[in-house]
Ligand binder design. Structure first.
Ligand code: QAP
Ligand code: CO
Length: 183
């Protein structure tokens, strides 16, 4: 088990389009397990492989109250079952500390494979449906901030770029202190 580092907006690697998993095997299951551990640790309710810099079509989701209903979706796809949309205040582990409303289809048909290669075909509504649409966007290089105004997106980008500069500065300082202590 391992915690995986999460890419943060505006990292260009989040814009890559993920490829289908050709063979579901032990490597796939190991990655899915590590993604679930990373998601639960955050804590979060959904994580796409793209966010941990693996550009394969794998997502993990757990929208249960107790966090004990992990779902692994491989090569997932969805179709709307209604024209009705629902607004939900979304967040994203790749856009930490920012939240805003996004309109998504309220009822969808999900198709995917699970971690054992068993086909999944089910209807999804509510938060599960929102989360599927959000996570599948990641596999296509799309982020929830893309649905916001340019003004809002730019403001989020600038704040995160500033945070990343500060994080880098802090890491450099820590490395220096450690080096001097060892010298
Ligand atoms: C996507 O997002 C989602 O900013 C999953 O500081 C979100 O798990 C789908 C998180 C809402 C539907 C509705 C975000 C954790 C977690 C943060 C997440 C943060 C810590 C986000
Ligand atoms: Co996300």
């Amino acid at each position: 088990m391992a915690l995986l580092p999460i890419l943060e907006f505006p990292d260009p690697r989040l814009r890559k389009v993920a490829v289908n998993v050709e063979h579901i095997n032990e490597d796939t299951r190991r990655l899915a397990k590590d993604m679930l551990e990373t998601m639960y640790h955050a804590p979060g309710i959904g994580l796409a492989a793209s966010q941990v810099n693996v550009h394969q079509r794998i997502v993990v989701i757990d929208v249960s109250d107790d966090g004990d209903e992990p779902r692994v979706l491989i090569n997932p796809s969805w179709e709307p079952l209604t024209e009705e949309m629902q607004n939900y205040q979304e967040g994203c582990l790749s856009v930490p500390e920012f939240y805003d409303d996004v309109a998504r289809y309220s009822k969808i048909q999900l198709s995917a494979f699970d971690e054992h290669g068993e086909p999944i075909s089910e209807q999804a509504e509510g938060l599960f449906a929102v989360c599927i649409q959000h996570e599948l966007d990641h596999l296509n290089g799309k982020l929830f901030v893309d649905y916001l105004s340019r003004l809002k997106r730019d403001r989020i980008r600038k704040k995160l770029e500033k945070k990343h500069r500060e994080d880098a500065k802090d890491a450099l300082y820590e490395a220096k202190v450690k080096m001097e202590a060892e010298a």
